[in-house]
Design a protein around this ligand. Structure first.
Ligand code: MGP
Length: 242
């Protein structure tokens, strides 16, 4: 199934939701409907997504009113060059751009480096607007994060699919989601999905399982509470796994 076809077919996970007008549903531009769940259609989704993003203004789906997303989101960047061992953690994280429509999402995404092109030590975050990508943010404080890992240069597609699933409201417990971050390190790239209420085990498990399906990720993913990370630092252990 292509993104264009998705206009007439909604994702299985949302079949219990009220029908949406295909023309006004932003998810059809962001996601390939149920096709991604099988894993088979993902390359096609990626191709369609890219061709869509390269269309000239006024061509195809960009005609008419912009397509509002369910939330507005902010990209943040933390560059290793700006990090200093003396400075407080997080003082070098900078907001880049806030977007609220499908069109703005693609404009900013297409102008950002993919993880494989980012310098080692960089962190690129995409969080709901007004939520800071820090444990200290009141929305994040009682939450935690799911993490998936990749070897160097191998997280680009999963980063895009994470963004599409998140801003396209593909998660059944999307209200739980604070945002996502990709971290480029010398030996690996990590993507973490931050959630707001770690005590709600059922919601965390649903998010972890759906995320793995969206990414077609077959390894184990773990969920660490921010509270544990604060207390135990690198000794913090997974509270949940999928
Ligand atoms: P990290 O960046 O989440 O892990 O946390 P990573 O990427 O494995 O480590 P890195 O050294 O390669 O960057 C690393 C450390 O940063 C933590 O142990 C904390 O000391 C600090 N830290 C990370 N986060 C997300 C926060 C935060 O939100 N608030 C505060 N105060 N410190 C944090």
């Amino acid at each position: 199934m292509s993104i264009g076809d998705a206009a007439t077919s909604r994702p299985a996970a949302h079949e219990d939701r009220p029908p949406v007008n295909a023309d006004s549903d932003p998810r059809r531009f962001l996601h390939g409907g149920g096709g991604n769940r099988s894993g088979r259609a993902e390359p096609e989704i990626a191709r369609e997504a890219r061709s869509l993003s390269k269309r000239a203004p006024g061509e195809g789906v960009t005609v008419g009113r912009p397509h509002q997303l369910g939330h507005s989101w902010t990209f943040w960047f933390d560059s290793p060059a700006a990090k200093s061992s003396q400075a407080a953690w997080g003082s070098s994280i900078r907001p880049i751009y806030t977007f609220a429509t499908v069109e703005e999402f693609w404009s900013v995404y297409n102008n950002l480096h993919q993880p494989s092109k980012l310098v080692v030590g960089a962190d690129l975050h995409c969080f709901k607007n007004k939520v800071e990508p820090k444990w200290e943010d009141p929305v994040c404080a009682n939450g935690g994060k799911w993490t998936v890992t990749f070897s160097r240069g191998k997280s680009d597609t999963s980063w895009l699919y994470t963004l599409l699933a998140m801003v396209g409201e593909q998660f059944d417990h999307g209200d739980e989601i604070c945002g996502a971050v990709v971290s480029v390190r010398a030996k690996q790239e990590k993507i973490a999905l931050w959630t707001r209420d770690a005590s709600d085990e059922a919601a965390q498990m649903s998010i972890g399982q759906q995320w793995k399906e969206f990414l077609n990720y077959s390894q184990k993913a773990g969920f660490i509470l921010h509270e544990d990370a604060k207390k135990l630092d690198r000794a913090a252990r997974n509270r949940y796994t999928v």
